[in-house]
Design a protein around this ligand. Structure first.
Ligand code: G6P
Ligand code: ZN
Length: 582
């Protein structure tokens, strides 16, 4: 057994280590500064209870982006230095964010051990590479992101840190599965490298009816396509879709994980998932090659998802509503019924209508997956989702891209259970249209203004808040811009009181609510790494089935004009158009 010594290394604080919505995200160059990562890791260890450090088991892995391999070596040595008992690493350092959550909750080590937390190395959907982003976040024993109490403590620690502990271990080989043991003055320290997919695949098989999905995927009527955007989803795609479910290998796009995501932007939306969007025939009425019936993509760390039908886009807000409406029939895990459903505030109210019709508990939480975790731990929520391409359930405490794909395949398999032999295939588009016919349609779009001047963004938001004090003035502006738009009846900043722990989260987005149920929401992104990103969410409800088939940008044009006018978007940001429209 290799012996190691621990040294205390003196360090000085960095002023910019405040974790955002999903941990600390910065340019790789920032992370490469001497002691930068070490300070954050030590500050995290110092924020945890001693039981979660001394003698504990820690998972360390991520989406495989550039700098991950160096980070895994540093964190492993610091874990040994801080008296942890063992570190678990997915082979080659790869674990999707949902798989990390599953590993913390479900995995039992070769010696019967269980993990109490994880460092997830990812900047999610942000690009990777030497000039791009890296990120790190800590997840707790329940498999979910650290709550604000802990992240605040981490931040406080980063401001006063004076030293960190690190062991002089040799670099660990993370390419080969197996356990390596080391011996320090306080006893043994193990590094266990394990297969990245096994635990996650096992969990998925316990949730979904793989046999019925296999029948769907092997039917000549049904064609399928999954794009991992060179993120870590690729490490699961072959195992799940090809080996377990019998999809063709040619149905997998960009499924080799790459440190720089092939130079792309690993964000599954209509702007960045270009190849998939083209393959699915979106934006073209006729393509030379017949597009697949179903297409999906996930982001860098495979927690986000985008669902597409042939020449058809499913909005994330509709997706969660449709999954919730069909879960009990189509997904064995939910056969006993849903405990409740939840969405983030800017997500459309499509889920609200399902909850009302099916008499389900319903929650509206601020943006950020951690808010769902509390509800799930308390047994109040089974299915939840966000407009930001996040969908998931209480099987873990993160959103889950591949789970969402399997949920949709389950619904398709269920709807087509009698017509795979003969009869017309019920398509993704049919499922969505039928949903609108039953529940009405929430026209929805999001405008993102990325990397705008932070000061200007703050001013814009401050003006919108100020404007809320006079609805008369607001309505004068609204009717001056577009006479067809209904009246604003309420305007506020969203505030959330957690029903489980009573904690209050303020300033969670500026809302303008209209008489006809339409909404405008303005928020500053909490995940960017440069400047500020303003997000504008626009929504309009249509109950009349004869009017649910319009193009969403056409249907929403008057409300968009009102939003841009109310916020003086161009005046404040100097931008005449958003960077991304979804
Ligand atoms: C991450 C979180 C999501 C959240 C999203 C918001 O992806 O995991 O739960 O919805 O960030 O991002 P934003 O950039 O809008 O703050
Ligand atoms: Zn992600």
């Amino acid at each position: 057994m290799v012996l190691f010594n621990v040294s205390r290394v003196e360090t000085t604080p960095f002023g910019d280590q405040k974790p955002g919505t999903s941990g600390l995200r910065k340019k790789v160059k920032v992370f490469k500064q001497p002691n930068y990562l070490q300070n954050f890791v030590q500050s995290t260890f110092n924020a945890l209870t001693p039981q979660n450090v001394r003698g504990a088991t820690l998972v360390v892995s991520g989406d495989g982006r550039y700098f991950s391999k160096d980070a895994i070596q540093i964190i492993t040595k610091m874990a040994a230095g801080n008296g942890l008992r063992r570190v678990w690493v997915g082979q080659n350092g790869l674990l999707s964010t949902p798989a990390v959550s599953a590993v913390i909750r479900e995995r039992v080590g070769v010696d019967g051990s269980k993990a109490t937390g994880a460092f997830i190395l990812t900047a999610s959907h942000n690009p990777g590479g030497p000039n791009e982003d890296f990120g790190i976040k800590y997840n707790m024993e329940n498999g979910g992101p650290a709550p604000e109490g802990i992240t605040d403590k981490i931040y406080e620690n980063t401001k006063t840190i004076k030293e960190y502990l690190i062991a002089d271990l040799p670099d660990v080989d993370i390419t080969a599965i197996g356990v390596t043991s080391y011996c320090g003055s306080e006893g043994q320290f193990d590094v266990e490298v394990f297969d990245s997919a096994s635990d996650y695949v096992k969990l998925m098989k316990s949730i979904f009816d793989f046999e019925s999905i296999r029948k769907l995927l092997s039917s000549p009527k049904f064609t399928f396509c999954y794009d991992a955007l060179h993120g870590v989803g690729g490490a699961y795609a072959n195992r799940i879709f090809v080996e377990e479910l019998g999809a063709q290998e040619s149905s997998l796009l960009n499924c080799v994980p790459k440190e720089d995501f092939g130079g792309g932007h690993p964000d599954p939306n209509l702007t960045y998932a270009k190849e998939l969007v083209a393959r699915m025939g979106l934006g073209k009425s006729n393509s030379e090659v017949e597009p697949p019936e179903f297409g999906a993509a996930s982001d860098g760390d495979a927690d986000r998802n985008m669902i597409l039908g042939k020449r058809f886009f499913v909005t994330p807000s509709d997706s969660v509503a449709i999954i919730a409406a069909n879960a009990v029939e189509a997904i064995p895990y939910f056969s006993a019924g849903l405990k409740g459903v939840a969405r983030s505030m800017p997500t459309s109210a499509a889920l609200d209508v399902v909850a009302k019709n099916l008499n389900l508990k319903f929650f509206e939480v601020p943006t950020g997956w951690k808010f769902f975790g509390n509800l799930m731990d308390a047994g109040l929520c089974s299915v939840c989702g966000e407009e930001s391409f996040g969908t998931g359930s209480d099987h873990i405490r993160e959103k889950d891209g591949i789970w969402a794909v399997l949920a949709w395949l389950s619904i398709l398999a269920y709807k087509n259970r009698e017509n795979l032999g003969g009869g017309k295939l019920v398509t993704v588009e049919d499922i969505v249209h039928n949903h609108w016919a039953t529940y009405g349609r929430h026209y929805y779009t999001r405008y993102d203004y990325e990397n705008v001047d932070a000061g200007a963004a703050k001013e814009l938001m401050a003006c919108l808040v100020k404007l809320q004090s006079s609805l008369t003035e607001v309505n004068e502006i609204v009717s001056g811009i577009h006479s067809d738009v209904s009246k604003v009846v309420h305007a506020d900043e969203f505030e959330y009181k957690d029903p489980v722990d009573g904690s209050i989260s303020k300033h969670q987005g500026i809302r303008y609510l209209f008489e006809d149920g339409s909404r405008l929401v303005f928020r500053l992104s909490g995940t960017g790494s440069e400047g500020a990103t303003i997000r504008l969410y626009i929504e309009q409800y249509e109950k009349d089935p004869s009017k649910t088939g319009r193009d969403s940008q056409d249907a929403l044009a008057p409300l968009v004009a009102v939003a841009l006018g109310l916020s003086k978007m161009q005046e404040f940001t100097g931008r005449s158009a958003p960077t991304v429209i979804t």
